[in-house]
Ligand binder design. Structure first.
Ligand code: FES
Length: 145
């Protein structure tokens, strides 16, 4: 089987699909090479805890599964702890992805970071370790190889 049971579960029953109308931060990234797009919405409390996370995607099954897992993992975390949700952590939580699908998990990670960045910009905050988002992860394939 190419995909783990967890990947199939999150693909077939994705958690947190949708949008948050009064989101604290929204991030949208794409990968021009495959044409997939991901948008993440975060609701963050006044004391900096992620209360809710939702996503919408025009993306492949691996992008759906990784975003579903990533949004589950970020809920309840502080914004600084949210940075520990790397694409690798998400893949591990899903019991892995085939090598050709690793870049899809980067779409989820980048969209989370872009939403955190948006939140930080709107609130004039610095989040230690958070870098400005990229809009096209395909420009950074060397990083995500
Ligand atoms: Fe594009 Fe998976 S093939 S995100």
């Amino acid at each position: 089987m190419l995909y783990s049971e967890k990947v199939m579960d999150h693909f077939l029953n994705p958690r947190n699909v949708g949008q948050i109308d009064d989101a604290s931060g929204v991030g949208t990234v794409g990968n021009a090479r495959c044409g997939d797009i991901m948008r993440v919405y975060l609701k963050i409390s006044d004391n900096g805890v992620v209360e809710d996370a939702k996503f919408k995607t025009f993306g492949c099954g691996a992008a759906v599964a990784t975003s579903s897992m990533a949004t589950e993992m970020i809920k309840g975390k502080s914004v600084s702890d949210a940075l520990s949700i790397t694409n690798k952590a998400v893949m591990d939580a899903l019991d892995g992805l085939p090598p050709v699908k690793v870049h899809c998990s980067c779409l989820a990670e980048e969209a989370l970071h872009a939403a955190l960045w948006d939140y930080a910009q709107k609130n004039d905050l610095m989040i230690e370790g958070l870098k400005p988002p990229v809009s096209d992860i395909g420009d950074h394939d060397e990083i995500y190889a």
